[in-house]
Every structure is written in structure tokens, then in C-alpha cells.
Design a protein around this ligand. Structure first.
Ligand SMILES: Nc1ncnc2c1ncn2[C@@H]1O[C@H](COP(=O)(O)OP(=O)(O)OP(=O)(O)O)[C@@H](O)[C@H]1O
Length: 235
């Protein structure tokens, strides 16, 4: 059996006396599409912050390909192929779309084998190379954010609420795009509140409630799980 690409092992995160994540363990296989769900404030973003290195963990381990990465700074993790797209697009406003992608490649420390042009084409932004971010529509901004993440040549891409505020058709478009990126070989973890998108995308779901993993498995089974229903419906 091949080793998981990502392993989160007994991860605990405390903010002062508050336990935001309580011994969370999960694995992500190479090539997988995993959905991470949970009510507001359950700890999803904190988990992603701990995995990508923007907040230190209190205890436990995070491994990429069997190597511990939980002491590495975020840019080192990005160099190893662990890349996240942020909840809010934050491109450099004075740089063109193409230059924003160049910066992202430099940050990851390895100019991608894909040319910038190929990346723009993959994301459907080929007409926008010379434009500034402020000239983009909302969905184009989300695509730019995904393109910036892809410019870092990720092995594991974590997308954190990239569809919030988009129309029904635009959500479908982003899901299609993520499926294409996955087909191109990128393992993807999606954090998303839009359940239609989560169900269309995910091969497996993990549900976090109040800092604990309460379900992990087939999406239909997880969404029918009593703990998950209780957390969402507040029974
Ligand atoms: N830096 C911090 N200091 C103190 N508490 C924090 C900090 N960051 C997050 N928390 C708390 O940890 C808990 C989990 O927050 P988190 O943002 O991870 O939830 P979430 O599942 O991503 O929520 P949402 O779906 O609303 O984005 C919340 O109670 C939050 O208030």
C-alpha cells in the first residue's frame, strides 16, 4: 500500500485555554479529492492553518510523504508541494496577472515546468495576462487565486472557501476547474460550506465539530451520520 500524501496525527491546537482542535487525525491519499466540512467555528480553518504552517500546533504531528513538516515555516512547506489558496484573494494590485503568477512561482522556490501561458489557459484566464487584478470579475479573481496556488506547483492543494459569494453557475464552473486540476495530478482538500459543491467534488468527506473529527468516509454516509446531522441541525 502506498503511503498517504498527507498525515495529520493526533493534532491538538490550543489558543490559551481554548482547545480549537482536539487530537484530530486524518490522512489524504495521493490523487484524492477530500472535502472538509463542519459548522462555523468548528476548527476547519485552524486545521488548515496548522497543516500549512501559519499557526504552530500544540501537539501531534503533520507529515507529508512520511516526513514531518510541523516545525517547518509555511514557505518551506510550499516548496515541498503543500499549497493553500486563501479565503480572500490577495494578489498584488500593481502587478499584472502574469506577474502575479511569476511571484507565486518564485515564492515556492521552483519555477514551474508549466509556462505561465499554460497555467493561464488551464484556468481560463489566457485573455487576462496583461491585466491588473482590479480589472477582473469576482470569478476571475477566484481563478487567479487558484492560478497563483497552481503556480507553486502543488502536490497537495488546499482550497479554503474559494466559492463563497459566487452564483450557482459560477460555483459549477469552479468545481469543474478543480476536477480538472485533480485530473492533472493534484491532490485536493476542499473546505466549503456550499454542500452542492462539496458533494459534486469530494470522493471522501471529513467532518469536524467543535474541534473534533466526528466522521470520515463516503460523502453520502458522512452527510447521513447522526453526529454530523446533529451538529448541522442543532438537535
Ligand atoms: N487566533 C485565534 N485565537 C483564539 N481563538 C481562535 C483563533 N483562531 C481561531 N480561534 C477559535 O478557534 C475556533 C475555530 O475557528 P476556525 O476559524 O478554525 O473555524 P472554522 O471551522 O474554520 O469556521 P468557519 O467555517 O466559520 O470559517 C473558533 O472558536 C475560533 O474563535
Amino acid at each position: 500500500m502506498t503511503a498517504p500524501l498527507l498525515t495529520v496525527d493526533q493534532l491538538t491546537k490550543r489558543f490559551g485555554g481554548f482547545v480549537a482542535l482536539d487530537q484530530v487525525s486524518l490522512q489524504v491519499a495521493q490523487g484524492e479529492r477530500l472535502g472538509l466540512i463542519g459548522p462555523n467555528g468548528s476548527g476547519k480553518s485552524t486545521l488548515v492553518n496548522c497543516i500549512s504552517g501559519t499557526v504552530p500546533i500544540s501537539s501531534g504531528r503533520v507529515l507529508l510523504d512520511r516526513e514531518r513538516i510541523d516545525r517547518l515555516p509555511p514557505h518551506r512547506r510550499a516548496q515541498l508541494g503543500l499549497v493553500r489558496s486563501f479565503q480572500l484573494p490577495r494578489p498584488f494590485g500593481s502587478l499584472t496577472i502574469a506577474d502575479n503568477l511569476k511571484v507565486a512561482m518564485l515564492y515556492a522556490g521552483k519555477p514551474s515546468s508549466d509556462s505561465i501561458h499554460d497555467l493561464l489557459a488551464l484556468l481560463g484566464l489566457e485573455d487576462k495576462a496583461g491585466r491588473l487584478p482590479r480589472e477582473l470579475t469576482q470569478i476571475e479573481m477566484r481563478k487567479l487565486e487558484l492560478a497563483r496556488a497552481m503556480a507553486a506547483n502543488p502536490r497537495l492543494l488546499i482550497v479554503d472557501e474559494v466559492m463563497a459569494g459566487l452564483s450557482h453557475a459560477e460555483v459549477d464552473e469552479i468545481v469543474e476547474l478543480l476536477l480538472r486540476l485533480n485530473e492533472a495530478g493534484v491532490t485536493i482538500v476542499m473546505i466549503e460550506h456550499i454542500m452542492r459543491a462539496v458533494m459534486a467534488f469530494s470522493q471522501r468527506l471529513v467532518c469536524i465539530v467543535a474541534g473534533r473529527k466526528v466522521a470520515d468516509g463516503d460523502p453520502r454516509e458522512v452527510t447521513g451520520d447522526a453526529h454530523v446531522l446533529k451538529a448541522y441541525l442543532g438537535e
